[in-house]
Design a protein around this ligand. Structure first.
Ligand SMILES: Nc1ncnc2c1ncn2[C@@H]1O[C@H](COP(=O)(O)OP(=O)(O)O)[C@@H](O)[C@H]1O
Ligand SMILES: [Mg+2]
Length: 387
């Protein structure tokens, strides 16, 4: 929920036009729906609409509606009263109330259950909310709703998975974000921006970028879009030693790069390569650890929804969690603080994350990741010794 200044870097026509649309959207209070693939910048766009609006001094609250069980989502959105469920020790206002006067950003809205869709629709119709366990409705709140999804909602409607009436409620202003491979002009400015940003953050001197590396980056299809680019840069900066970025420093991109330099965008998203992932396990129908790692690192899901939730509901084993954490630590050279950001958690989640790992014996000693070249170590034997 941090309200730092959002940056929309890019020089393509598509980004310029979007910028105009964001300003325009800021002038009204109309509901907005933002669509586009994962990692294209939907949340950045939502923050900018808020920033350009008269609500900018009021809160911007964001919630991810995907992968969250109904009961949790309901209490997060609408709040709850003390004693309404185990662990509800005190009354808690929901995000809708917290966003009063400001903007509520609902990400992955296409993933909501029918029940939650109905509750959201009711709120949008009358602005009233009822905390979980409360007897009465709370006074109505004034919140601007911006929703986002990487789904094609019309397809979801056709499949009876999304309410048509809710869709039309949300779809007053529709902003579409193009995938990065359809606006390759933005790759270089984004690259330079992220290099600068991470070098400042880690107090390192920015490396040069060789022509060859730049060409490889521009030719790559970026299935995970800007988020993937950002992660590639961060990983390089964290691990890198050279003064010049060469193509061989970018295995993620080089490994999957199209060698043709045709500028024609490939319309089909190729599955994101699972970068630097040390193990592969046969798929058992459930997500393998490698897939989980990919969802977090390349598709921007947070550790909480991709790993923590399924672990708590026993859909994942302790060994799965350890493998994901180990893979992350290999990228951050054993740095847990960095891992928090790398796994898309808020910095203030650091303590909670460590407590969780310790409690479930998934906390790995960082020293093993600091060895000279960090050859892809087999994670299992080392973690087995940890108590
Ligand atoms: N045009 C852009 N300029 C700068 N950063 C961007 C841009 N687009 C995306 N990002 C960054 O990439 C990451 C993914 O963006 P996000 O808005 O969360 O994507 P989405 O919500 O579409 O999955 C974020 O860290 C965001 O700050
Ligand atoms: Mg998002």
């Amino acid at each position: 929920m941090t309200d730092n200044i959002p940056q929309l870097i890019g020089v393509s026509d598509s980004i310029r036009q979007l910028h105009e649309e964001l300003k325009q959207a800021g002038r009204s209070d109309a509901k907005v729906i933002i669509t586009g693939e994962s990692g294209v910048g939907k949340e950045v766009a939502a923050r900018l609409v808020h920033r350009y609006s008269a609500r900018q001094a009021r809160p911007f609250c964001a919630i991810n509606c995907g992968g969250v069980p109904d009961s949790l989502l309901e209490s997060e959105l609408f709040g709850h009263v003390r004693g309404s469920f185990t662990g509800a020790y005190r009354d808690k206002p929901g995000l809708i109330e917290q966003a009063h006067g400001g903007t509520l950003f609902m990400d992955e809205v296409g993933e909501m259950s029918q029940r939650m869709q109905t509750m959201l629709l009711r709120f949008l119709e009358n602005g009233e909310i009822q905390r979980v366990g409360a007897e009465r409705r709370t006074a109505s709140v004034n919140v601007r709703v911006i929703a986002a999804t990487n789904r094609v909602l019309l397809d979801r409607i056709a499949a009876n998975a999304f309410r048509e009436d809710l869709y039309y409620r949300l779809n007053v202003i529709h902003l579409v974000l193009a995938p990065l491979r359809a606006r390759r002009d933005d790759i270089e400015p984004l690259l330079r921006y992220f290099v600068q940003k991470f070098c400042e953050q880690y107090r390192l001197t920015p490396p040069e970028i060789s022509r060859e590396a730049l060409d490889a980056l521009i030719a790559y299809d970026w299935p995970g879009n800007v988020r993937e680019l950002k992660n590639v840069v961060e990983r390089f900066i964290v691990r890198g030693r050279g003064d010049v970025i060469m193509p061989q420093d970018l295995p993620a991109v080089g490994g999957a790069v199209r060698t043709t330099t045709t500028a024609a965008p490939a319309p089909v998203a190729t599955p994101a390569p699972v970068l630097g992932f040390p193990v592969s396990r046969p798929s058992s129908g459930q997500s393998t650890s490698a897939e989980l790692f990919d969802r977090i690192v390349n598709r921007g899901e947070s550790f909480w929804s991709a790993v923590y939730e399924p672990f708590m509901t026993r859909d994942l084993t302790r060994a799965d969690v350890r493998v994901v954490v180990t893979a992350g630590l290999q990228q951050t050279r054993g740095n847990y603080k960095m891992l928090v950001e790398f796994f898309n958690m808020a910095p203030q989640d650091y303590k909670r994350f460590l407590n969780f790992l310790r409690k479930h014996q998934c906390h790995m000693p960082f020293q093993q990741f600091r060895s000279s070249e960090m050859l892809r170590a087999e994670p299992e034997p080392q973690v087995a010794a940890v108590v």
